[in-house]
Design a protein around this ligand. Sequence first.
Ligand code: MSP
Length: 530
Amino acid sequence: MRRRTFYITTPIYYVNDQPHIGHCYTTLLADAAARFWRLAGRDVFFLTGADEHAEKVVAAARERGLSPQAWADQNAQAFQRAFAELGSSHDDFLRTSQARHKERVGRYIQELLDKGEIELGQYVGWWDASQEEYVTDTVAREHDFKSPVTGKPLVRRSEENYFFRLSKHAEKLAAHIEAHPDFIAPQARRNEVLGRIRQGLLDVPVSRKVQEGDDWGVRMPGDASHRVYVWIDALFNYLTAVDTEERSVYWPPSVNLVGKDILWFHAVIWPALLMALDRPLPEKVYAHSYWIREGRKMSKSLGNFLDMPTLRGYVARYGLDAVRWFLLTQGPLGAADADFAHAKFVEVYNADLANGVGNTFSRTANMLIRYFDGAIPASACAEPVMGFDLPTEAAQAVGRAVEAMERFEIDRALGEGLALARRVDAFIHATEPFKLAKEPARRDDVAAILTHAAEALRIASLLLQPAMPCAMAELQRRLGLEQAPGAASLEARAAWGGLEAGARVEKGEPLFPRADVDEPAPGPVEEAQL
Ligand code: MSP
């Protein structure tokens, strides 16, 4: 049974970075899922936010002569503006420096201390004094016990630390993953995680000694010389955001969406923390893969991150809906990385949008205007027309899209909308209403063809709407539809026969003008130019 509520989260992004395609992609995936389930009548809560308590934030702020809070404020805004530009429909943007979050993290940690799930212990590790950080045993060994950054010798050092007793939960966690095949997705990632858990889990430190003069972060309850380790602090955001009387209906998350880089924290430490707190676990932790750019990994050292000015350049030339479409359908949703290449962008744009959805709509609208004075000639019968059973095909497309969305296969769900639009094109091509229109005796056939084409396009537009909310709202408007009234389910909205006889059809400018394949990639557009 599907729950009535749908709670989806993105990672909360490090506030020291500037937003780039990776952050935008994760947030847009969550956005498409949120929009889809809202359309399907579920009560959706979509959370994103900023992770602010990293030690680097303190250092970066100091370099600029700012307080950590002032620096975090500036940068959190950059993420908020970026997500607004991309049309993200999140319900909340959580910042870990907010009192509502800090106060609740303190409470969960206290509860874990009370239950004996967190205990004081000795941390022993390889200390890189030149970088002021511990490196893992593996990294130490790989670098011959020298600093990977400066090459200075590492020293064995120990300190008092609070530990979460992760080891205690290993068996229960493995059993949960076994019993819930969809808990970690995609499948390949699930197997990796299970394999590692079976090798055994070590307890993990959950606090850091507070440096002098540093009041950033959440203090360990009862021990002001320690603060909660930033990762533990951050993971709790998914809970703090909805741990209120009003929002508790959303717990547990339907999907904790993350990138593959941070799956371990989300598939192991996070559920173990929740088990220790006796809270229900998320239904699914989905890890997507990585965007690369023109065949190369994006990295700080190469300086080739696809950043907001570049994305804005694409939005300015091709439109926001086209950029969302490309990211959502061509992105690294499964276990393989995906390439953002300009030539591919243009190819997909022309094939799917200009020639696919856009052109099919224009042809249909043109003929309705030419032959029927711009009015839908009849209400669409549910019978096949000239051998094409679009009513059944449309219902099947909707069914498959819902199933795909349930598995979080967003690209497939959207693909169903595109495939349906392409079927309409094939239908027009095969039945040739433009020829039949010359024979007065075939007027009813022409009416039936065009009505079916328009009706199937209406249904396709519903499936495409989570990716392209603006263009699809415009397409629906041009089909003479009022803004979709609230309906209980997608199945009800997408039921055959939603277009009314007599509704006025408008052609308008092309929804997706053809793109010139020879034009070089658009240049960056700074925010100030907007
Ligand atoms: N602050 C932590 C997450 C804490 S969640 C409790 C963090 N932040 S981050 O700013 O580094 O963002 C990481 C996320 O950005 C990844 O998990 C992924 O969702 C996204 N991406 C970053 N680079 C990416 C690509 N190159 N491609 C796709 N997404 C990637 O980790």
